[in-house]
Design a protein around this ligand. Structure first.
Ligand code: VTB
Length: 346
């Protein structure tokens, strides 16, 4: 149901966010690149006949004017919804959004940014707190064989075995942060090669599920909300994804989490997370019966092209993944605003 009613619409949602953001590519203004993506995503979402609720968004209501956690989106959430929607037949859906995943990448014109979202029925996506998450992503062949509790060395040996190759033939993506110094050292000593990225671990995680991407694992700590979005795609693609919340400021000192471990644990408890050390699998982070994922490249990346403008229009590439139809569709769209002079075939 979700896919048939929302399929094309959610492509437009990510396309519009990507186009808006890409106008700010290379301008050194990461906040604006984000803001315009949020605005475009929200505007397009509110034209869809649905009753949606943001479960992962731009932050808590007080800090985020738009697409805040708990915000209702879609025509059928309007006070006059009766006029437009058959409220009896309506399914309520939960939405996780990251309108500009990799704001720095956009601001500095670097590869790997995208507009992305995941959708499921109400309760189908883990409402991850704004914490960090230790992540392990690996190709479908290694699913359930690798384990976040094993060492990087062991996991690399398992991936190599499952893929019938040597550890030297593997590439691991790690975010370029000092917290990963030991991890990077271990991966190199094990014989694998490392791709350090400055941002954008959603794209890196999902790339593990596609052979030909030349990315065989994502290891290390990134943000938890991005982990849920990655898990939604990996669940549909049959790739391996595990995540474990990080709440100890001794492990991650910057950013989202507070200064004291105790207060962080308290915050998690208040959100109903009783086992803070739990390792979540992809199908626990995205547990709904139906899961839909859509992303559109802002700058070029491993999975998708970035937005390309031409006189009178633009061309985008998106990836839409559905658990319902078991499909991963690459959608190449030409957006014609004025009468275009030429439309290129490829
Ligand atoms: C992480 C990563 C994201 O930002 O959230 C990162 O998951 C921020 O990490 O993909 P730090 O706080 O360590 O800088 C992204 O790279 C982009 O949103």
């Amino acid at each position: 149901m979700l896919e048939t009613t929302l399929g094309l619409e959610i492509i437009e949602v990510v396309e519009q966010a990507a186009i808006a953001s890409s106008k700010w590519m290379g301008k050194g203004e990461k906040d604006i690149a984000d803001e315009v993506a949020v605005e475009a995503m929200r505007e397009r979402m509110n034209k869809i006949k649905m009753r949606g609720r943001i479960v992962i968004g731009e932050g808590e209501r007080d800090d985020a004017p738009m697409l805040y956690i708990g915000e209702e989106v879609g025509i059928c959430t309007r006070p006059d919804a009766k006029e437009y929607c058959n409220l009896d037949e309506l399914i309520e859906i939960d939405i996780a959004v990251d309108p500009c995943e990799g704001t720095n990448l956009v601001a500095y014109g670097q590869n790997g940014s995208m507009a992305v979202l995941a959708i499921s029925e109400k309760g189908g996506l883990f409402a991850a707190p704004d914490f960090y998450m230790k992540k392990l992503a690996a190709p479908p062949a290694a699913k359930g064989r690798v384990d976040i509790n094993k060492s990087a060395t062991e996991n690399l040996q398992i991936i190599a075995e499952c893929m019938n190759r040597t550890v030297e033939e593997l590439v691991v993506v790690v975010m370029d942060r000092s917290r990963h110094d030991d991890l990077v050292k271990e991966i190199r000593e094990a014989g694998a090669r490392v791709r350090l990225i400055s941002d954008g671990d959603v794209s890196a995680a999902i790339s593990c599920a596609f052979s030909g991407s030349n990315i065989h694992a994502l290891m290390g700590i990134g943000a938890a909300p991005e982990g849920v979005i990655s898990a939604a795609a990996m669940r549909c693609l049959g790739g391996h994804f595990q995540g474990q919340l990080i709440y100890d400021p001794a492990i991650v000192k910057t950013g989202l989490i507070g200064e004291s471990k105790e207060s962080n644990l308290e915050r998690l408890r208040s959100m109903g997370i009783t086992d803070p050390d739990k390792v979540y699998n992809a199908d626990e982070l995205a547990s709904g019966e139906t899961v839909l994922f859509a992303a559109c490249g802002i700058t070029p990346g491993t999975l998708m092209e970035g937005v390309r403008f031409f006189h009178g229009g633009a061309r985008t590439q998106s990836l839409v993944i559905s658990s319902q139809s078991s499909t991963a569709r690459f959608v190449d769209t030409i957006h014609m605003w004025d009468q275009p002079q030429t439309i290129q075939l490829k």
